[in-house]
Structure formats: C-alpha cells, structure tokens
Design a protein around this ligand. Structure first.
Ligand code: UD1
Ligand code: UDP
Length: 360
C-alpha cells in the first residue's frame, strides 16, 4: 500500500499565503502531498507570482476553471476534482479560507467520504449577502478537522453545534507567511519603483458590495478622491473592480495612483510603510494588525473582529471615510500594540501536527 496522501486544494490569491506554511510543515514531516490549483485565479499577478515568491511547489494539477458565475465556477471545480479525488483517494483533503474553490473541494471530498480539513474555520461576518459567508458555513459543516485562527472563531463553531474535538485553535498561517518574510519586505525599493513619496496611503477594494454596482462606484470614487486630496493614494487594483471604478473616473485624480495587483513581497512592503490602508480585504485586515499599520475597513461588518479588538482595524463607511482618514494620518502610529493570541509564526506547524496525528 502506498503512503497516505494529503491533497491541498487552492485556487485564489488569498489561498496561497495560507497554504505555503502548511505545505512546508507537512513536508518537514515527510508526508506525501499533492497540490491542486483550481485555476479560479489565473493572471500571473494573481497566482504565479505567489508560487515563485513563497516557494510553493508547482501544482500537480491545474484544473483551469477560470472565471464564471458562482454556480458555474463551483461546479467546474467540483467536476474536475471529482474525477481526480475518486482515482487518487487521498487520506485527507485540505481547503483554505472562504473562496468558491474551497467550497467546491470540501463538498467533493465529503461526498467521497474523504476527511476534510478546513484552514481558517469559524470566521463569521453574520452577513449572508457575502458569498464568502455561505462558503464558510457550508465548508465548516462538512469538515472533519477545523483550524481556527482566533478564539471567537472557535466559539462560533461551538455555537453552531460543531463538536469541540473537531476544532483546533492554531493561530494564523497567513501570519506565518508574513513573519517568515519580514526580512524580504523592502519599503524603499517598492516606493522607488512606484515613484511614491514617503507618506502615502494604500487602498485595495474588490468586494462585490463595494465594486459591483456602477452607481455605487461613482460615489466610492468621489470619496476616494477626497482622500487623495489629503494624502497621495496608491491603489493596486484587483481585476474585479477595475471596469466600474475606472468608468466612474477613478483615474482622474493626480494624487491617486492605480497600479496592477502587486506580488506578495511588493504588496506587503508597500503596506508596511503606509500611513494608513483603506481596504475591504480579509487578509489585509490581518496583515495590518500584525504590522501596526492603521487599517480602515470599508465594510459594514468584519468576520475578523479580533483585528479590531486587538489590532489596528476600524470599520468605516463612505460617509465617514474622509474624516477618519484625516484623523488617522494626523496621529502618530502607536509605538506598541496588541496582536492576537497565537499569531506567532507557528500555525503551520500546529496544523501539521494535527494532520499528522490524524493520519496516524
Ligand atoms: C475571490 C473570492 C473572494 C476573495 C478574492 C480574493 C469567491 C466567491 N470570492 O473573489 O472571497 O476575497 O477572490 O482576491 O471565491 N479575474 C481576472 N483575473 C484573475 C481572476 C479573476 O481578471 O486571475 C476577474 C474576472 O473578471 C472575474 C473576476 O475577476 O470574473 C472575479 O473573480 P472571482 O474569482 O470570481 O472572484 P473574486 O472577486 O476574485
Ligand atoms: N495581495 C497581494 N497583492 C495585491 C493585493 C493583495 O499580494 O495587490 C495579498 C495580500 O497579502 C492579501 C492577500 O493577497 O492578504 C489576499 O488578498 P485579497 O484581498 O485578494 O483576498 P481576501 O483576503 O480579501 O480574501
């Protein structure tokens, strides 16, 4: 009989920094692994650059599903994985975060009676208008091993009736990647490459709630321009938001610089030196919390409240963003700040310990 295999399924930008430390820690334990890239994200800057910079192994398979409606994208991942998982029969399937690729993979594995491990389990925004919230709930309820990044996430799983022995509070593998790369972040180099002054603000926006509606985009662009009146803004723009935001006049302010999505090292280098960040990204709320950079999250809720209670995060609206930016950039960054428990760079090792003991 061949050695048991752990199958990782990743496919979208936020999956890659989460998978890297888990794959590395399992590798150190000599565990056989396979990596499937679903192809949900496919542009070089949304995918390949992360493999290169984070030393991820080349995927064994790329399903090449590409973009589409939620149903068609999820279905394409399911159909591709169904064949592969039925033949390979891995001992465990590991899925990451709350993207459609994770939902599809968890459903396929669960229906083939293959145990599912969910990295980043239990996060809840309690907002079912977010596609990710549906994905989180479904994945958590079919998973066998649930890895929580924060105590509140473990509490949510308990409240939903998930037995405590399935839940492991392990810390945050995204933060493992951040801490492992601290020496590689070069703010001066990225500022020089983008011709940025010393003080600037970073903005990233891609949530459907912010960028999918053309009329809303007009309002959003007006507000971003009032921010750029106060401080130069650099905006590595996700492909999702591009058309609506540009049609709404995003590019017409001289102090607002739109650039292509950046590689991981360049992006975190940029964030690290920013006076503040305006975002709707999940990962960026966490990274700013660790780096002590003020984060203004343009959303009505967050599934990561620990970044507010322990970190630098604050929820903002279009109505108060301009004023909050003014307040934030007028203040010095606090010299010390709290970070969430177990966000210490060792989450991947803890996850690998649990997976290895599950494999026996
Ligand atoms: C997905 C995740 C979201 C995550 C985000 C991170 C779901 C439901 N959503 O959203 O949770 O925060 O990734 O980045 O899984 N596109 C390209 N090139 C690419 C990929 C996408 O141009 O490489 C464009 C396509 O027009 C596509 C659109 O972006 O239709 C949206 O891509 P999709 O993967 O469906 O969702 P995201 O908005 O990226
Ligand atoms: N990121 C990057 N380049 C960019 C924007 C983001 O490398 O131009 C990284 C960043 O580390 C972030 C991660 O990609 O934490 C995932 O971000 P994204 O906002 O795409 O997804 P989310 O976390 O909102 O699901």
């Amino acid at each position: 009989m061949s050695a048991p295999t752990v199958l990782h399924v990743a496919g979208a930008r936020p999956n890659f920094p989460k998978a890297a430390p888990v794959i590395r820690a399992l590798d150190q334990r000599g565990i056989r692994q396979r990596l499937v890239h679903t192809g949900q994200h496919y542009d070089e800057r949304m995918s390949e650059v992360f493999f290169r910079q984070l030393h991820l192994p080349e995927p064994d398979v790329n399903l090449g599903v590409g973009s589409g409606s939620h149903a068609s994208q999820t279905a394409a991942v399911m159909a591709g994985l169904d064949r592969l998982v039925s033949v390979e029969r891995p001992a465990l399937t590991v899925v990451y975060g709350d993207v459609n690729s994770a939902l599809a993979a968890a459903l396929v594995a669960a229906k083939l009676s293959i145990p599912v491990a969910h990295v980043e389990a239990g996060l809840r925004s309690f907002d079912r208008a977010m596609p990710e919230e549906i994905n989180r709930i479904v994945v958590d309820h079919v998973a066998d091993l649930l890895f929580a990044t924060s105590p509140d996430a473990a509490v949510h799983l308990g409240n939903e009736g998930i037995p405590a022995d399935k839940v492991h509070l392990v810390g945050n593998p995204m933060i493992d990647t951040l801490l492992a790369n601290l020496d590689r972040f070069d703010n001066a180099a990225v500022r020089a490459a983008l011709a940025l002054p010393e003080r600037y603000l970073v903005a990233t926006l891609h949530r459907p709630g912010n960028v999918d509606d053309a009329a809303d985009a007009v309002d959003l662009v007006k507000v971003l321009h009032t921010v750029a009146d106060q401080i130069p803004v650099v905006m590595p723009l996700h492909p999702r938001g591009r058309r609506h935001l540009e049609d709404a006049g995003l590019l017409t302010h001289r102090a607002l610089r739109v650039v292509e999505p950046l590689g991981y090292l360049e992006f975190v280098s940029l964030v690290r030196g920013a006076a503040a960040v305006v975002t709707d990204s999940g990962g960026v709320q966490e990274e700013t919390t660790m780096l002590g950079v003020p984060c203004l999250t343009l959303r009505p809720n967050t599934e990561r409240p620990i970044t507010v209670t322990h970190g630098t995060n604050r929820l903002v609206t279009r109505s108060n963003l301009t004023e909050v930016v003014a307040e934030t950039i007028a203040r010095d960054r606090p010299p010390t700040w709290r970070t969430p428990p177990l966000w210490d760079g060792h989450a991947g090792q803890r996850i690998a310990d649990v997976l290895a003991s599950h494999l026996g």
